[in-house]
Design a protein around this ligand. Structure first.
Ligand code: SAM
Length: 291
């Protein structure tokens, strides 16, 4: 690879940003929009203390974090909270979180049916950091959760998931949140092929992606330049995207049917309210079903 990738040696910085936004949103607007009451455990003690004050949060939101990112990540968390909860009651038998970061859903949603399994797959560096934070907060992993360390660019899901108890003959929800744009095209394809070949028909994958012009240096979408610079500075640059309007065809040619899709504007309308400003203009969200 031409660019250094932080996640080979250090915990993901972008995962930390997502978690910071979740903790902020929970303190600032709370339920029903922002429900991640565990996100603050993954922050440093000074940051955790700072966001307790409404005055500090007002300052942070006014001038320290991009409002469009705060809005986007709050909407995405709510959307995927809903899909996760739905999977616990609709006959789904296992959930795989691909690039789980500081996702706390395995801990927050406890109405897990008997025999249900949850697998968190992530870079070893990020996963180890997450587990340390949870240990420090005396939060124990639930019995239905299995952690699986992997580098998507170097390891194959088929080499690790079945060994960890993942069952290909079960209805599965794969949550691939905040990941596709950081990995190589072959790794995106490899993941979609793995899911298609190792899940029963009707299993789902939900993911977000970026319009590919940003990867090629066209920053005409709202907030694109700011976001591309921030992720590149964090050594987790945007390297994969899809041409606008191509996702249904992209998925169909890989054995999937697109069942739900949100443009940024649709995402704002579905999950946020007037307290949130304009959302980043280049993140799209898709839900697809294995054919
Ligand atoms: C922006 S974070 C999203 C984390 C989480 N899904 C969320 O939304 O809170 C990106 C995640 O992808 C993981 N990741 C990025 N590149 C990866 C790779 N090559 N192999 C494994 N994980 C990777 C990082 O460790 C990080 O947890």
């Amino acid at each position: 690879m031409s660019q250094d990738r932080r996640i080979e040696t250090k915990p993901s910085h972008t995962a930390k940003i997502v978690c910071y936004m979740r903790a902020l949103a929970y303190k600032e607007v709370g339920e029903p929009i922002a429900n991640d009451y565990l996100a603050h455990h993954f922050l440093s003690p000074p940051l955790r203390a700072r966001i307790e004050s409404a005055e500090n949060r007002a300052q942070i939101l006014a001038s320290e974090v991009p409002a469009a990112n705060y809005a986007y990540l709050t909407a995405r968390t709510r959307h995927l909270d809903q899909l996760f909860q739905q999977a616990l009651t609709d006959g789904t038998e296992q959930i795989v979180l691909l690039g789980a970061g500081y996702d706390s859903r395995s801990y927050r949603f406890t109405n897990v049916p008997n025999g249900f399994r949850i697998f968190e797959v992530d870079a070893p560096t990020t996963q180890a950091a997450k587990r340390r934070y949870l240990q420090n907060a005396n939060i124990e992993a639930p019995p239905h959760l299995t952690y699986i360390p992997i580098d998507f660019n170097l390891n194959r899901l088929e080499d690790v998931l079945p060994l960890a108890g993942f069952a290909p003959n079960k209805q599965t929800l794969f949550i691939w949140e905040g990941v596709t744009y950081y990995i190589e095209a072959y790794a995106v394809d490899g993941t979609l092929a793995f899911i298609r070949d190792n899940s029963t028909a009707g299993s789902k994958v939900t993911f977000d992606y970026i319009t590919d012009r940003i990867v090629f240096g066209d920053y005409s979408d709202y907030g694109a330049q700011e976001a591309a610079t921030a992720v590149a500075d964090a050594q987790e640059p945007f390297i994969f995207g899809l041409p606008e309007g191509s996702v249904a065809e992209f998925l169909a040619s890989r054995g999937y049917e697109l069942t739900q899709h949100f443009t940024p504007e649709e995402f704002h309308a579905a999950y946020l309210d007037a307290r949130f400003g304009r959302i980043y203009g280049f993140f799209q969200n898709a839900v697809a079903q294995v054919q």
